[in-house]
Write a protein that binds this ligand. Structure first.
Ligand code: TPP
Length: 330
């Protein structure tokens, strides 16, 4: 990790944001196993440096589109924790009134155009947001998070083509975790993903578990986009530690697509994005007195979010029908 020029408070804030994602999802994982949560749960654990590095390089009004693995992006962009928990619990107090669930957390007021159950579904949405920003000349940038699996969807090429031809203020942020559901991506992917983007725009591949490296790469891409320089492609090489989804064992029925050694390797203190960042903070002179209170604060916020969600009202299923039509009152 390199010197970012950040002050102590900013450096601790990066830790705070990564811990918020990690601890929130660890709690959600437990709740899922206890049967407290309806719907599927795709966890971002292990990829926190990618979402936090990218979102802290953006301005509050910039746009992001997310994926089915969207909790980390939503929280990193400033989405409300309580409203996310209530959404995942299927409660009316949820960010989408409990009707979207885990795969659709969104908050347009914070530039979060939504998680998305359609793999590759964010490409065209982010391209449209960037086109709108260019037409309005409002200085906004649109960043599209997507996985290496999504890069095999046709809309990736179509969106890069339009973004490049029209020089849109856009960042294609590929979170390359090497896996696509229960498939090792290299077995279904021709060539290198970055080479696809090179035909259209500047590219960079960074260590996606190094929050400061991601932050620096996305800052540069955002600066280029804001100054009229068009789109960029940033690839963050990372790893998802949990299964594709929390009920993975039931889907696999004894099948295996990765080894225990691979997981152990990526969860080692040297590679895990949070432990290695904490070690780096300590090397910069931070002490337990700086770091421990951040853990405690996040633990308190998460327990408050669980209570908030548990005390919420069950989703109003009749409202879904009303909301289906644009000309009806919500
Ligand atoms: C259009 C579409 N095709 C297939 C699926 C099923 N599916 C869900 S996640 C996934 C793999 C996505 O891999 P990647 O984009 O690398 O994201 P990751 O899960 O690694 O974060 C697939 C094929 C889907 N949801 N949508």
């Amino acid at each position: 990790m390199t010197d970012s020029g950040y002050n102590r408070a900013q450096l601790l804030n990066l830790l705070r944001n990564m811990l918020l994602i990690r601890k929130a999802e660890q709690r959600l994982s437990r709740l899922f196993r206890e049967g407290a949560l309806p719907g599927a749960l795709h966890l971002y654990i292990g990829q926190e440096a990618s979402g936090v590095g990218a979102c802290t390089a953006l301005a509050e009004h910039d746009w992001i589109t997310s994926t089915h693995r969207g909790h980390g992006h939503y929280l990193a962009k400033g989405g409300d924790l309580n409203a996310m928990f209530a959404e995942i619990y299927g409660k009316r107090e949820g960010i989408c009134r409990g009707m979207g669930g885990s795969m659709h957390v969104a908050d347009f007021s914070r530039g979060i155009l939504g998680a998305n159950g359609i793999v590759g579904g964010g490409f065209a949405i982010a391209t449209g947001a960037a086109f709108g920003a260019k037409l309005r000349d409002d200085g906004r940038v649109a960043l599209c998070f997507f996985g290496d699996g999504a890069a095999n969807q046709g809309t990736f090429m179509e969106s890069m083509n339009v973004a490049s031809a029209w020089q849109l203020p856009m960042i294609f942020l590929c979170e390359n975790n090497g896996l696509s559901e229960f498939t090792v991506s290299s077995t279904v992917t021709g060539g290198k993903l970055v080479d696809r983007a090179k035909a259209f725009m500047p590219t960079v591949v960074v260590d996606g578990n190094d929050v400061l490296a991601v932050q620096a790469a996305v800052s540069q891409a955002a600066e280029l986009a804001r100054s009229g320089g068009g789109p960029s492609y940033v690839e963050t090489v990372t790893y998802r530690i949990h299964g594709h989804l929390e009920a993975e064992d039931a889907f696999l029925a004894g099948g295996v697509y990765r080894t225990a050694e691979e997981i152990t390797n990526w969860t080692s203190a040297e590679r895990d994005p949070i432990s290695r960042y904490e070690a780096w903070l300590r090397a910069q002179g931070m002490a337990d007195d700086d770091i421990a209170p951040v853990h405690e604060e996040i633990d308190r916020r998460i327990e408050a979010a669980v209570l908030f969600a548990e005390n919420g009202q069950d989703v109003d299923i009749y409202l879904a029908h009303t909301l289906m039509y644009a000309d009806r009152e919500a």
